[in-house]
Design a protein. Structure first.
Length: 311
């Protein structure tokens, strides 16, 4: 069994997608369609920067999605490898769940781009700049991270946002609480706490206003039928019902990204090969979670050609 997985925020970089666009009309068409849907030359920002424009949440989210879908379209159109025929399930990390839904036909490309731009804007607007923060806890498991977050809260929000792999957990909340948590890491047997360069505290209860905005948007453009099952971030469980997934996407804005559990669940169901499209962020995590499974990252034409030749 094979799972196709899609990266989240932080995987963007200036120059992303340029090789694919130069080599394949399938990739160029994706970037052109996203530009048109957003009424923005996002493909130029992706290719040339400036970096501060690309890292803006409202640009980074659709850009990461566009790059991953362009990679998928090249795989399907240029190399004849169809996701629905070669995959058993899909999953995505945070915004990557929207990419996964686009990949299995639940959202069309233009709708996915617009939803992600709105999601980025809503998440940014939910908390004034400077009031929130996030930190990566290295050498932390979920038990240690939860205990630390509870101790550091002191009446503020300090919550586990991402359970990424057995040694990396991300916390999110009020800036003061996150800074207290970083100062306390050694007391909880955690190797290191690193403040993340993010513009808002994602995946915590401070994102309620953003969740409300996404509930409205998804009510207007709900997901359709999924060609393959999806493992959802907030439940780490298989979803096939579009109405259930619509609800889970709203919960995802404030909820924990249960990536470690999602990969473990897919592996337990028989997935032995994880294929990351458009990034090299999830594959190292997957190797730590399901060490005996194979994890492949597809970014370049060479990657795609090599992968297609193995099927």
């Amino acid at each position: 069994m094979r799972a196709f997985v899609f990266p989240g925020q932080g995987s963007q970089k200036v120059g992303m997608g340029t090789q694919l666009a130069a080599a394949s009309s399938a990739a160029r068409e994706v970037f052109e369609e996203v530009d048109e849907a957003l009424d923005l030359n996002l493909s130029v920002i992706m290719a040339e920067g400036p970096e501060d424009q690309l890292t803006l949440t409202e640009n980074a989210q659709p850009a990461i999605m566009a790059n991953a879908i362009a990679t998928l379209r090249v795989l399907e159109n240029d190399f004849g490898v169809k996701l629905a025929e070669t995959g058993s399930c899909v999953a995505g990390h945070s915004l990557g769940e929207y990419t996964a839904l686009c990949a299995v036909g639940a959202f069309d490309l233009a709708t996915t781009a617009r939803l992600l731009k709105l999601r980025g804007q809503a998440m940014q607007a939910a908390v004034p700049v400077g009031e929130g923060a996030m930190a990566a806890l290295l050498g932390a498991d979920i038990t240690k991270a939860t205990a630390l977050a509870e101790a550091a809260a002191e009446g503020e929000v300090c919550e586990v946002a991402n359970d990424n792999d057995p040694g990396q957990v991300v916390i999110s909340g009020h800036k003061g609480a996150i800074e207290r948590a970083v100062a306390l890491v050694k007391d909880y047997g955690i190797k290191r706490g690193v403040l993340l360069p993010v513009s808002a505290p994602f995946h915590c209860s401070l994102m309620r206003l953003a969740a409300d905005r996404m509930a409205e948007a998804l009510a207007e453009t709900p997901p359709g039928t999924l060609a393959l099952p999806l493992y959802a971030n907030v439940t780490a469980a298989k979803v096939t019902d579009p109405a259930e997934e619509q609800s889970l996407l709203v919960q995802q804005v404030t909820g924990r990204v249960r990536w470690r559990e999602s990969v473990a669940a897919m592996h337990a169901e028989g997935v032995e090969h994880f294929v990351e499209l458009g990034g090299k962020v999830l594959s190292p995590m997957i190797r730590k979670i399901a060490g005996e499974a194979e994890a492949t990252s597809l970014l370049s034409m060479e990657d795609l050609e090599g992968f297609a030749s193995t099927l």
